[in-house]
Design a protein around this ligand. Structure first.
Ligand code: TRH
Length: 377
């Protein structure tokens, strides 16, 4: 009998909750031979990531995963062997009662948001006793050996390297998106929340000596882009040029295609959690727009990541990268810090690949979860 896993995801906003749980569910099913049910309260968000999905179906099988609409009110089902509540979403009371009543024990995990902060290692894997006698364990993804690791499919880096070593594959992929690379241009992807800093970055790119081709998947940043361009509402396929800057709006693509976009670009601006990790696996310099939290709690997270990521960089390259990331996240002028980053480009590019390889030497998140379960048995 295969081990059964239930993953519960409540979509708060954006695509991070669904993006992480869908990726994790697929990987568990594909690489660990377990039966995965993914419970989603928003199939509309799921359809964006998996366009083949049926937004009405109570139950459907997608890429080896049984995808279930989280019914309200809840309809009783037997509990799985391993239960993951993603990002502290609240499990249905009747399901928790079924877990407690089950003759065989159930591993209950809360999968937390990703953070590079020091306290993560101390809290990762800790149990908390619930009122019904069950234990719930806190599972923290992270960047260091004492954490739960990062989502990374088994063949990901091999596939990425093969793709990046094959100019034909890159050209074909970009062509499929309607993108014709301009010879000698710097290719940049942009996925971000609304950001006041965008105008100054675009101005710097437009005034640069080298051409930049900026690829922007449809999303929240389009309004700022449009405002700077002074054009009508942008939609996928639109192109604009200002000085040395060529802008093209792309459709929102499937996760695997988005990976290829990141692998194709020289520089990737990403956001949130999942695209942020994927850009690291691309092995290219990146810019992170962190998800804003109340009372600016996200700044501690940003600084914690920077402290880790910049280890091994020369002081000048470190200052350049930190300056750019801080300006972007504070909504401040980017012109100077972008110039500083351009100056340090070779070192930052080499560092991005090194960082990627270092992280890949740790167990990935899905493997860490499976091992956690085996050790707990
Ligand atoms: O959408 P996000 O801003 O999600 C955020 C964060 O996860 C944040 O931590 C969380 O608190 C908040 O949601 C609720 O960014 P993120 O995490 O990068 O998720 C985007 C997903 O969309 C990711 O799986 C990549 C995917 N994606 C595509 O599949 N195709 C695309 O074209 C693009 C641009 C993204």
């Amino acid at each position: 009998m295969r081990v059964t896993w239930d993953i519960f995801c409540s979509v708060v906003d954006n695509y991070g909750d669904i993006g992480v749980t869908w990726r994790l569910a697929r990987q568990l099913a594909a690489e660990h031979d377990v039966a995965v049910r993914l419970w989603l309260d928003d199939l509309g968000a799921f359809v964006r990531l998996c366009p083949q999905a049926d937004r009405q179906a109570a139950q459907q099988w997608r890429q080896g995963v049984e995808v279930r609409q989280w019914p309200v009110p809840w309809q009783s089902v037997p509990s799985a062997d391993v239960v993951i509540e993603a990002f502290a979403c609240e499990l249905p009371g009747a399901y928790v009662a079924a877990m407690a009543a089950r003759p065989q024990k159930v591993l209950w995990l809360n999968l937390e948001y990703l953070s590079a902060e020091d306290w993560v290692e101390g809290c990762h894997g800790l149990p908390s006793l619930q009122s019904n006698g069950l234990q719930k364990f806190f599972f923290f993804p992270g960047f260091t050996a004492g954490s739960g690791g990062l989502l990374r499919e088994r063949e990901l880096l091999a596939r990425r390297r093969a793709f990046q070593a094959d100019p034909r594959a890159r050209a074909d992929f970009l062509q499929g998106l309607g993108v014709t690379p301009i010879a000698g241009a710097r290719l940049v992807s942009l996925f971000a929340y609304e950001n006041r800093a965008l105008a100054s970055w675009l101005a710097a790119l437009a005034a640069d000596t080298r051409v930049t081709q900026l690829l922007v998947p449809e999303g929240r940043i389009l309004a700022d882009l449009q405002a700077w361009l002074g054009c009508a509402a942008l939609v996928a396929g639109d192109r604009q040029r200002r000085g040395q800057l060529h802008v093209q709006v792309l459709p929102f693509v499937e996760q695997d295609q988005y990976d290829h976009l990141l692998w194709s670009c020289d520089f990737n601006a990403v956001r949130g959690e999942d695209s942020f990790v994927r850009a690291q696996w691309a092995g290219r310099p990146l810019l992170w727009h962190i998800y804003g939290q109340e009372e600016d709690a996200h700044w501690d997270k940003l600084e914690a990541f920077l402290a880790l990521y910049t280890q091994g960089l020369s002081p000048v390259a470190r200052a350049a990268l930190e300056g750019l990331w801080r300006a972007w996240n504070a909504g401040e002028a980017m012109g100077e810090s972008w110039q500083a980053v351009l100056q340090e480009w070779p070192e930052l590019a080499e560092h991005a690949e090194r960082w990627c390889l270092q992280r890949a030497s740790q167990a990935d998140l899905a493997m860490a979860l499976v091992e956690f379960y085996q050790n707990w048995l």
